[in-house]
Design a protein around this ligand. Sequence first.
Ligand SMILES: Cc1cc2nc3c(=O)[nH]c(=O)nc-3n(C[C@H](O)[C@H](O)[C@H](O)COP(=O)(O)OP(=O)(O)OC[C@H]3O[C@@H](n4cnc5c(N)ncnc54)[C@H](O)[C@@H]3O)c2cc1C
Ligand SMILES: NC(=O)c1ccc[n+]([C@@H]2O[C@H](COP(=O)([O-])OP(=O)(O)OC[C@H]3O[C@@H](n4cnc5c(N)ncnc54)[C@H](O)[C@@H]3O)[C@@H](O)[C@H]2O)c1
Length: 475
Amino acid sequence: MSSITESLKKKIVIIGAGPGGYEAALHARGLGAEVTLVERQGTGGAAVLTDVVPSKTLIASADTIHRFHEVQDLGVHLVGGPQDGTEIEGLAANLQTINARLLRLAATQSRDIRRGLEKEGVQVVDGTGSIADPNTVHVKAEDGMEYDLTADAILVAVGAHPRTLPSAQPDGERILTWTQVYNMEEIPEHLVVVGSGVTGAEFASAYNGLGAKVTLVSSRDQVLPGEDSDAADVLENVFERRGLTVVSRSRAEAVERTDDGVVVTLSGGRKIAASHGLLAVGSIPNTEGLGLEEVGVKLEDSGHIAVDRVSRTSVPSIYAAGDCTGVLPLASVAAMQGRIAMAHVLGDAVKPLRTAVVASNIFTSPEIASVGISEQAIKDGSFSADVIKLDLATNARAKMMKVEDGFVKLFARKGPGTIVGGVVVGPRASELIFAISVAVSKGLTVDDFSETFTVYPSLSGSISEAARRLHHLQS
Ligand SMILES: Cc1cc2nc3c(=O)[nH]c(=O)nc-3n(C[C@H](O)[C@H](O)[C@H](O)COP(=O)(O)OP(=O)(O)OC[C@H]3O[C@@H](n4cnc5c(N)ncnc54)[C@H](O)[C@@H]3O)c2cc1C
Ligand SMILES: NC(=O)c1ccc[n+]([C@@H]2O[C@H](COP(=O)([O-])OP(=O)(O)OC[C@H]3O[C@@H](n4cnc5c(N)ncnc54)[C@H](O)[C@@H]3O)[C@@H](O)[C@H]2O)c1
């Protein structure tokens, strides 16, 4: 590690206080630097205020209802149900209560982050930053003041915002982006979600759970393009069983307001009338007008900042992290890029980013978690590995819990049996993936897994069972 006195000489200015910016700020302070963080919206960034935190809180409520419907024959029922001779139709969601709770939670989280930053000595500035020169950030503060901050190094961590279509302009009431859905006061009667990537699939699953009629417009053959195809298959089957309609191989050409809702026009002319439309058609990096290109920072055609694995841009004193780089738009990756950037600037030990070991989770019901290489990479010959897939329906604990959808899939390199990837589909897949993530990150083998005790009965038992099957396949 560099000496603290050497780091103390360094001034860092960070633009954007999402996971990329605030994690970097804390790391830089830990290494002794003087840190100023400029943020225009609120600490925690879009991740905390509009994206990760509110959506996962909404999903927690939706999951409760999904689960309730699935456990009906476990011998438990609401008091006052048909067994007691009165009418109980099921669980109902109160969207106003759910939204109030999730917005409160996001605001509290944002405040906690700010408090944590200030406690560590980070100077947080409420305002908009731009690059004046490679060592100067110009600030337009919320209080109207304008001034320059000089820095030895600048970190740009400005995130991204929802993409819209010229013929589908959000009005915040009926035509919405994911940042506006929390204004809805009642469960939408019929929600058309345009775009079946991770964002679209998560919201479609959530509002379906909360009781809305949902139609998901998917431009591809299968939902979740680019993700594990078996996982997408499970999700489509679950969607169908729960009455969620997927319209595949269709692009939305327009979303327009009508007197009492919206009409979505698909390529080919088909029209879907609905009460609300949600645009989940990707994001655009917040890099315009920041002064980046003027000082020589190279942008990709998409507007993302080009960075290397230690978060360097084409200008030596300017680093970038998170969604504005387009490396992998995940909060965990943004945070890691931010920390790596600061370690690099401040002379701490640096381990370049390894995207091949990033674990991620799609918070649909069931959840879909994955890490490492994909099965597609094995199928197209770019990787030589054995694959095993075990359906959760064969797992004793899953049967007890009445978990019928999902699987565990493991990929192990032929020969040494090193675990190089895996997919888990099921309840709390986001937690179950951790073991596979450790294996991929640390180069563990199928034998390491087979020799490790798991609890009986447990869902994780399927992971060690998959490893044993791979051992037999390879011996
Ligand atoms: C609906 C949704 C759900 C998601 N769920 C997950 C999830 O469950 N798990 C996960 O890992 N990822 C999730 N993501 C992705 C995750 O939100 C992003 O990867 C993460 O927010 C990136 O962090 P960041 O620091 O790059 O940017 P952000 O969180 O976007 O923060 C950037 C900040 O910079 C500020 N800013 C921009 N320009 C300026 C300027 N000029 N001056 C001052 N401040 C500025 C913005 O106000 C913002 O606060 C989700 C994304 C979406 C859309
Ligand atoms: N749980 C999580 O970690 C989480 C949740 C949400 C987002 N994210 C991150 O954000 C990234 C982006 O995901 P996303 O879903 O927001 O964007 P995306 O770009 O991955 O998906 C958008 C989809 O909309 C489709 N589309 C575009 N225009 C369309 C049209 N006119 N009609 C129909 N479909 C159209 C695209 O083909 C694409 O499949 C993810 O890869 C993930 O890294 C993560």
